[in-house]
Write a protein that binds this ligand. Structure first.
Ligand SMILES: Nc1nc2c(c(=O)[nH]1)N[C@H]1C(S)=C(S)[C@@H](COP(=O)(O)OP(=O)(O)OC[C@H]3O[C@@H](n4cnc5c(=O)[nH]c(N)nc54)[C@H](O)[C@@H]3O)O[C@H]1N2
Ligand SMILES: Nc1nc2c(c(=O)[nH]1)N[C@H]1C(S)=C(S)[C@@H](COP(=O)(O)OP(=O)(O)OC[C@H]3O[C@@H](n4cnc5c(=O)[nH]c(N)nc54)[C@H](O)[C@@H]3O)O[C@H]1N2
Ligand code: SF4
Ligand SMILES: [Mo]
Length: 715
């Protein structure tokens, strides 16, 4: 190895698998990224995005390197380079002006989520201004799972112990594309003779290796989970000792699951009763691990669906059992991002937090009692466009591509266009950045430092800044600190909630009293910590009753169903005209190995592997519509005026009445102002207007009714 080459153990956080990496750097350039086999979470698993896309993301010609100011009308695509000082001054002037005119709450911030430092930084910047309105993605991603876990007292996300399981229950998850660590572990389980049960309406890599594949109607999974629990209890194979000691409300829960014998669940879900019984028997022959995915999250019954599965995990004795689902643990003294956001020292006064848009309707999500503390996104879009409940006039957007990834892209873009002031921080031009007044150049994950609690290790993981920022790119905290100072000069701060000098100081704050040091992390790329598994103690379950709440006291107090329940899918309640006009069910979000949501669309290798948005359609359905394989067609739902163009993939892996597609499509080379977000983006055809999950406010990201439209001539 030439002397100038150095290898840094780090962590890829391009997706939430968070694989351990070894990054080789020569002359301030990354020359290689490889898996770190020693990493306790990923154990050497990795993917092409981590190896290739991140490097190109950092080094390619289309990288944004300098602050830009719009010239001409919003969305016209003309920009001039400006200095950071000019960008921050203009931002501070305009935000101070908005604050004086409409109040601090009229300024909103959007970011991907609270699971990254950029999420915490966005919330604290907004709070410093005096606004409680920050938007996160979690209504569209993982929010239903997170809230179910909070309500039930079972924080098991990313704690799947597949390595020690005898049976895996994979529900709405496509690990082959979404998570190489899980996929490797599932194949190993299969090879050692373990059983795999898959619940998924579409045939995919996971169902291909399953011992039992249940194929429910989309959105009916809660009935399956309740019915599996019914069989378990009826056959006496639940964990009576655990239920007795640690579960609250078992008798009432039992009454609920009694409503779902396999014959009834079969009618609701379309899965044969014998298969439900078989699934219950396999699952009872544990240890068994529940491996959930996005296929049962982010829809209008997402929380109760997750509750049905979380309760099943608990009563079957698989909670925190080797080969089951580990409860999240952390080293003593370590601070997580969510804890930081809930820390009273960093909170706005209650009367201000009560104004968070969404609090009235979703109090467990938004506002002073909300677990996410963030807004209800579609209600913010509404506020921008209507001024109700009050005007929202300015937005700072970082690390999220809302013009593509929020449903109803036309409405999101209309909202962006109608704002008085929009700033977007990004590494590349995106359809969202295209509608900004100012674009700020952002560092990539090779240029910034991040400390994470990783439940799948479990460990503390570390992403190193291995190369200097390209051009004038800055990390989110540095941008926030610069803006804070400019706002302070203009007396436009409510209070300074950003007491750190830089990202390093922020990371040291997170490490707190844990005894884990940055130096140690730099050396290994992670830090393990001792933790206790099983062997429960009072306080392990953080609910009101200090037990796993099969019956939720919190939901009961709010007048919501305290027991896990089943709600028929939204598509069932459509009237006859809608059923006739929109006879198919649309599934979206099926992941592809090449892309991370809307990212990497400008990378030639990725476009070569996955050149077009695909819609899976059954051969008989295709024949009825006169559609041939690889033909460009459109999808339309009743909720929006715009449609989405997709390329038909005729396959019997999709059932006759269901079509399935991915997400995140746009075209960096398109000459429309929206860069294809209103053309090939499935969210162009999806409604964000409800029905919403009564707890998280999540829309139906899948399961909406749709029809396909076939152009007369090929386009
Ligand atoms: N390569 C790649 N990896 C990624 C990402 C990426 O963009 N690209 N994104 C990351 C993120 S943020 C996420 S959230 C995850 C998402 O990844 P996953 O959790 O795997 O989610 P999806 O791929 O959306 O869908 C998973 C499965 O759910 C099924 N499904 C759809 N509707 C239903 C239903 O009603 N019931 C059941 N049981 N199944 C259903 C689909 O057919 C699909 O097979 O992937 C992460 N990993
Ligand atoms: N119809 C439909 N819609 C969906 C889904 C679906 O299945 N169906 N899935 C949903 C899910 S699960 C998710 S997670 C969301 C994803 O939604 P997004 O988070 O909007 O998706 P990304 O494409 O990852 O967008 C991240 C943007 O942030 C920028 N970025 C990346 N890293 C950083 C960083 O470190 N800092 C900053 N400042 N910027 C960064 C990138 O340039 C990119 O433009 O989409 C949701 N939308
Ligand atoms: S799965 Fe791929 S993109 Fe995700 S963290 Fe691992 S290497 Fe990175
Ligand atoms: Mo996600």
């Amino acid at each position: 190895m030439p002397p100038t080459e150095t290898v840094h153990p780090s962590q890829c956080w391009e997706c939430n698998t968070y694989c351990g990496s070894l990054v080789t750097v020569r002359d301030d350039k990354t020359v290689k990224i490889a898996p770190n086999p020693d990493h306790p979470g990923s154990k050497g698993a990795f993917c092409v995005k981590g190896i290739r896309a991140v490097r190109e993301w950092t080094d390619n010609d289309s990288r944004l390197q300098f602050p830009l100011r719009r010239i001409g009308p919003r969305g016209s695509g003309n920009w001039e380079r400006i200095s950071w000082d000019a960008a921050l001054n203009e931002m501070a002037d305009r935000l101070a002006e908005t604050r004086t005119k409409y109040g601090a709450q009229s300024i909103a911030g959007a970011v991907s989520g609270a699971a990254f430092s950029r999420g915490a930084v966005m919330a604290l910047l907004l709070r410093s201004i005096g606004s409680p309105n920050w938007l996160i993605n979690q209504d569209l991603c993982g929010g239903c799972q997170a809230l179910s876990e909070k309500i039930t007292g079972t924080p098991i996300k990313n704690g799947e112990d597949i390595d020690n399981a005898r049976c895996a229950l994979v529900v709405g998850r496509n690990p082959q594309a979404a998570d190489p660590v899980q996929w490797t572990a599932l194949k190993a389980l299969k090879n050692r003779g373990g059983r795999i049960i898959v619940i998924d309406p579409i045939q995919g890599p996971a169902s291909d290796i399953a011992d039992l594949w249940l194929r429910p109607r989309p959105g009916t999974d809660a009935a399956l989970a309740l019915s599996i629990a019914h069989v378990l209890i009826a056959e006496g194979s639940h964990d009576k000792a655990f239920v007795e000691a640690w579960c609250h409300g078992f008798e009432r829960y039992k009454k609920r699951v009694d409503e779902f014998p396999p014959e009834i669940a079969a009618q609701l879900t379309g899965v044969a009763a014998e298969d439900i019984v078989q699934a219950a028997r396999y699952y009872a022959d544990g240890p068994s691990v529940f491996v959930p995915g996005h296929g049962i999250d982010a829809f209008s019954a997402g929380v109760q669906t997750f509750r049905a599965f979380d309760c099943l995990v608990a009563i079957s004795g698989n909670l925190d059992r080797p080969g089951g689902n580990r409860l999240a643990k952390r080293p003593m003294g370590f601070r997580t991002y969510l804890e930081l956001l809930h820390n009273p020292e960093f909170r706005l006064p209650r009367d201000v937090e009560l104004q968070t848009i969404g609090t009235e309707r979703f109090p467990l999500w938004s506002g002073p009692e909300g677990w996410q503390t963030a807004c209800h996104n579609p209600s913010v879009i509404e506020a921008i466009l209507t001024g109700k409940p009050y005007p929202v006039r300015a937005m700072y957007i970082s690390g999220v591509n809302i013009a593509v990834t929020y449903p109803d892209a036309a409405r999101t873009i209309e909202a962006l266009k109608s704002l008085d002031f929009v700033v977007v921080a990004s590494q590349t031009m995106t359809p969202t950045a295209a509608f900004a007044d100012i674009i700020l150049p952002k560092t990539t994950t090779l240029e910034e430092e991040e400390v994470q609690l990783q439940a799948s290790g479990p460990c503390i993981s570390f992403t190193q800044a291995v190369v200097p920022p390209r051009g004038e790119a800055r990390c989110d905290l540095d941008i926030a600190l610069g803006l804070r100072d400019k706002l302070a000069e203009r007396q436009a701060l409510f209070q300074d909630f950003l007491p750190w000098e830089n990202q390093r100081a922020f990371n040291e704050y997170l490490l707190g009293e844990s005894g884990i040091t940055i130096e140690g992390l730099q050396e290994k790329g992670f830090a393990t910590f001792p933790y206790r598994q099983g062997d429960f103690e009072p306080g392990d379950f953080k609910t009101e009753t200090r037990k796993v709440e099969l019956f939720s006291e919190r939901l009961d107090a709010l007048g919501l169903d305290p027991l896990p329940n089943y709600t028929p899918p939204t598509a069932d309640s459509a009237d006859d005209t809608t059923r006739t006009d929109f006879p198919l069910i649309l599934l979206t979000g099926i992941r592809e190995k090449t892309y991370h949501h809307s990212r990497f669309r400008d990378q030639a290798w990725a476009r070569k592997v996955s050149p077009d948005p695909i819609l899976q359609i059954h051969p008989e359905t295709a024949a009825v519509h006169g559609v041939t394989d690889a033909q460009w067609i459109s999808v339309r739902t009743p909720g929006t005026k715009t449609r989405c163009r997709v390329k038909a993939q005729v396959t019997d892996r999709a059932p006759r009445d269901i079509v399935a597609t991915g997400m995140g499509w746009w075209d960096p080379g398109a000459d429309s102002p929206d860069l294809g977000a209103l053309d090939i983006n499935i969210n162009g055809a999806m409604s964000y207007g409800g029905p919403w999950d009564p707890i998280t406010g999540s829309p139906d990201s899948r399961g909406q009714r749709c029809r396909i439209e076939v152009p007369n001539a090929e386009t």
